[in-house]
Design a binder for this molecule. Structure first.
Ligand code: ADP
Ligand code: MG
Length: 256
């Protein structure tokens, strides 16, 4: 069965896009069939996959407004080895245009249902908000992967996200669950990060992935080359960690 996973955290700059793009490429390298959906008008997952976001003919925007289907709107990311439904600033308008339309939170689910059997994983890169775009993602996902930095305020924000997930689970999507929390940009030399990491583990137990993504400059450099980090420098610590994470995710999602 296809696993549809939201990569979500309402904070910006916490590593959602880096996680989405690298996880997608690592899963593809492991032979999985992957579609990435860029749900953020910033279009970072799109450009980070080597696609020029300004020259997109169709993208998520058109799919949500039903002026194109996923089959015609998707493009392939040659560098990543996966398919991509891209985004650019235009997507910001969808939010407004969807208000007032019926079943507006189900648009993505409806569109993906036509192609999802072609993929093993569909990864949704969410914007830094709990908006209608994120809600479209949560309504069609089976799981949420939450990247987080081990900082004090990270825990505070987490309870909002967990509450939103609970509400969507109760009212809109019974199959939604938290797949796991992923510690990213981790620096073991920083005591506070160790402490928050320990707190996370005692609070969320097995919901915390065992793989930890280290802070690694190669992951930050990769997008400017239009490449996922796991392709840009496969032997870097960051790339190796994402490959480990991809394996852990395959295992975790095959047992549920
Ligand atoms: P988000 O999508 O949540 O806004 P990004 O994935 O764009 O976050 O990451 C924010 C910034 O941090 C980007 O500049 C990215 O290159 C950098 N970054 C993300 N993960 C790492 C990491 N593990 N090591 C170093 N830099 C990282
Ligand atoms: Mg992002």
């Amino acid at each position: 069965m296809t696993k549809i996973l939201c990569v979500a955290n309402q904070k910006g700059g916490v590593g959602k896009t880096t996680t989405t793009v690298n996880l997608a490429a690592a899963l593809a390298q492991l032979g999985q069939r992957i579609l990435v959906v860029d749900l953020d008008p910033q279009g970072n997952a799109t450009s980070g996959s080597g696609i020029d976001k300004h020259s997109l003919t169709f993208g998520v925007y058109h799919v949500l407004l039903q002026t194109a289907g996923v089959a015609e709107a998707r493009v392939s990311s040659p560098s990543g080895g996966y398919d991509l439904l891209g985004a650019n600033r235009e997507l910001a308008g969808a939010e407004v245009e969807l208000v007032g339309l019926e079943r507006r939170e189900r648009r993505l689910e409806q569109a993906l249902s036509k192609v999802q059997s072609e993929y093993d994983f569909i990864l949704l890169d969410c914007p830094p908000s709990l908006s209608l775009l994120t809600l479209n993602g949560l309504c069609c996902a089976n799981g949420v992967v939450v990247p987080m930095q081990c900082e004090y305020f990270a825990l505070e924000g987490l309870s909002d996200l967990v509450n939103t997930i609970k509400q969507v689970h109760a009212n809109l999507n019974r199959s939604l669950q938290i797949t796991g929390l992923l510690r990213v940009m981790f620096d073991p030399r920083i005591t506070l990060q160790q402490q928050v990491s320990d707190q996370l583990q005692s609070h969320f137990a097995e919901k915390v992935f065992s793989t930890v993504i280290p802070r690694n400059v190669r992951l930050a450099e990769a997008p400017s080359h239009g490449l996922p980090g796991v392709v840009f420098d496969p032997t870097s610590k960051g790339a190796l960690a994402f490959t480990e994470f991809a394996k852990e995710l395959i295992q975790r999602t095959s047992t549920v």
